[in-house]
Write a protein that binds this ligand. Sequence first.
Ligand code: SF4
Ligand code: SF4
Ligand code: FES
Length: 217
Amino acid sequence: MIQVWINGKEWQVPEGLTMIQAMWYTGHEVIHGIGCLGGVCGACAAVYRMPGNFRLFNALACQTLVKEGMAFSLIASYPTQRAHYDIEQIPDAKEGLFTLYPESATCRNCNACTEVCPQGIDVRTSVWQAAFGDFKGVAETTMSCVMCGLCVSRCIAEMAPHEIALYARRAYASRELAFPENLRQRMDSVASGAYDKELERLSRLSPDQLKLECGVK
Ligand code: SF4
Ligand code: SF4
Ligand code: FES
């Protein structure tokens, strides 16, 4: 067993658990701030400190094992200003960025967003790429973003770098990339009702039958 602090309270938990498993083990109800459990959805942003170290570390709670003396909390959601738009309807993508996210031109180069990113993304560079209209560059720089929102929590210019990057990726994809043929085929299949029967069958299964169907014990 090891000693950890969860939301400021001391607990003993078995070694080898992830942060989220340690929360379950100690009876915390983790409903918000959890999704894929596979390091993909970005729902489980967390902050932690280790004994004798002043640094505040960041992590995805489903991917990070607890350690002796660790003190951590989940940051299940960080308020973000998210613009609503139809990317196809924006005539000039670069102008559109400054209309929807005027703060994207105010980066102060502190690099805190890069240092906080649990995916190791050079977030500061992506913000500058967006401001200069290099949306392809943004797409390449932020390819592994999981939208956890931790960069928002640190930005002294009060911007949401991950939302700016999402806008840039959409602008790049809609203007410069061909629509993926396999996706078009799958959308056509869905629209033609090819999966309706199977969906209907699944929707009638009980929770236990669904577990069997998914191979969950
Ligand atoms: S860029 Fe921001 S939202 Fe994306 S993974 Fe990094 S910290 Fe999370
Ligand atoms: S945290 Fe904000 S101000 Fe600092 S480098 Fe990143 S985007 Fe710029
Ligand atoms: S629960 Fe999806 S990344 Fe952790």
